[in-house]
Design a protein around this ligand. Structure first.
Ligand code: NZQ
Ligand code: ZN
Length: 396
């Protein structure tokens, strides 16, 4: 491993902050879906395996959309780690029925599926082309969101992550045409999220923050401090949400943390290149595991792997702010303790510790590292292909 941090230190970079997503946060905000009535005549509702029918969100949304006079078409059955096949179906429906907009109701998988459908509907070709080369996206029909799981930040960001099981690829693209126009964030809609998804979602939020926090841009203080604040809030409320699923404040704080972690506030102005995410995406591409579970296994393994005299101060700063590690510790001791506390916290959330616990062995490590390597270039501590293989091995 190269022990020099990439990018060096630098002043806060120039940026443009442009988030067009109107957020309606709180109880009863689904009434704002009525506004879709003035944005078009027909909507494609994209959702997952049926949780929204069990918990009543489907009926609530349908009523508002009907009252607004919209023709509603449906694309159900989005699987976790959404697949390109269903996106293709959605694009065909948009073309066949001249659909004006897409409404995702669900977690990141439904939102990501909807985003690619929206872009595919304005692209004359196979939507998978857009995942391979996002510069082909020049338009998209508008995307609206009702969020039901605090995790990915997809409700307020410009990214989509879609899998192609035929090629074992899970790709992540960003394009401003994918930004939702509106997102309804009603914390009560997350009361029915199962414990293990609450935990995985919380780890995902933390990982998004870590990806932004570990930057070599020394002058981006405000971004770094916001990262630490979000981490503290997730650490405070994730266990509460698991033990007391209808605790409004816990659900509300996690939900807003999900959006804040990825809407650009933590990243813009700093040189940020994600590292653990590309390594995890290979795991969910090959083994279809829950994204947050993969992150929980890899995060502390990655932290241990990159720990050095160069990185210890940043890890120590995190440990002191989030885990109250005493100022008296050396940076190296505080960093080690911070990593241990992070792993203990993931244990408390019931997250698996190792790839072996998921039945994953080293069969595909080389191929996975080949793919992940390109996406990790320029990250906080540069990683070679061999480093990535070693991180997978250390996670076994
Ligand atoms: O399928 P349904 O019935 O909706 O059930 C889902 C699913 O089984 C369930 N669920 C969601 N809300 C619920 C609920 N169950 C009961 N009550 C509710 N209120 O939870 C399960 C997981 O849902 P999913 O949407 O897959 O979870 P998540 O939000 O964690 O999304 C994961 C996907 O997003 C990608 C991940 O890689 C993964 O494919 N990501 C997207 C990002 C983005 N667009 O910016 C960034 C992330 O880093 C991530 O990569
Ligand atoms: Zn994530």
């Amino acid at each position: 491993m190269t022990d020099v941090l990439s990018g060096g230190s630098g002043v806060m970079n120039n940026f443009t902050f442009d988030v067009p997503t109107v957020i309606h946060f709180g109880r009863g905000q689904i009434s704002h879906l009525a506004e879709l009535g003035s944005a078009g005549r027909s909507v494609l509702m994209v959702y997952g395996g049926g949780s929204i029918k069990k918990n009543g969100i489907y009926d609530s949304a349908m009523k508002v959309l009907d009252d607004a006079g919209l023709a509603v078409y449906e694309l159900p059955g989005v699987e976790p780690n959404p697949k390109i096949g269903l996106v293709r179906e959605g694009v065909s429906m948009c073309r066949a029925y001249g659909i004006d907009m897409v409404l995702a109701i669900g977690g990141g998988s439904s939102i990501d599926c909807a985003k690619l459908v929206a872009a595919g509907a304005r692209y004359d070709g196979d939507p998978w082309d857009l995942m391979v080369d996002s510069s082909l996206i020049h338009a998209a029909i508008p995307v609206y969101v009702v969020l039901t799981l605090a995790a990915t930040g997809s409700e307020m960001d410009n990214s989509t992550v879609v899998s192609n099981p035929e090629t074992n690829q899970k790709l992540d693209i960003s394009n401003n045409f994918l930004k939702p126009r509106m997102a309804v964030l009603d914390p009560e809609y997350t009361y029915t999220v199962p414990k293990e998804q609450t935990a995985a979602g919380s780890v995902d939020i933390m990982s998004h923050v870590f990806e932004s926090y570990f930057t070599n841009t020394a002058g981006a203080d405000i971004q770094g401090e916001m990262c630490l604040a979000i981490l503290k809030v997730v650490v405070k409320y994730a266990p509460t949400a698991m033990e007391d699923p209808e605790n409004y404040d816990a659900r509300a704080n996690l939900m807003w943390c999900s959006s804040l972690a990825l809407n650009g506030l933590l990243t813009l102005g700093a040189k940020v290149k994600w590292c653990v995410h590309p390594i995890e995406h290979e795991l969910s591409a090959y083994y279809d595991i829950t994204h947050g579970v993969g992150l929980a296994i890899l995060t502390t393994v990655w932290m241990e792997y990159i720990l050095s005299d160069d990185t210890a101060p940043k890890l120590a700063e995190y440990g002191k702010a989030v885990w109250n590690i005493s100022d008296g510790c050396s940076d190296m001791d505080a960093a080690r303790l911070a990593i241990r506390r992070t792993r203990d916290f993931f244990d408390r959330l019931g997250m698996p510790k190792s790839l072996g616990a998921l039945g994953i062995d080293d069969t595909h490590f080389e191929a996975m590292a080949d793919s992940a390597y390109g996406f990790c270039k320029g990250c906080y501590v540069p990683l070679s292909r061999e480093d990535i293989v070693q991180i997978y091995r250390n996670a076994l």
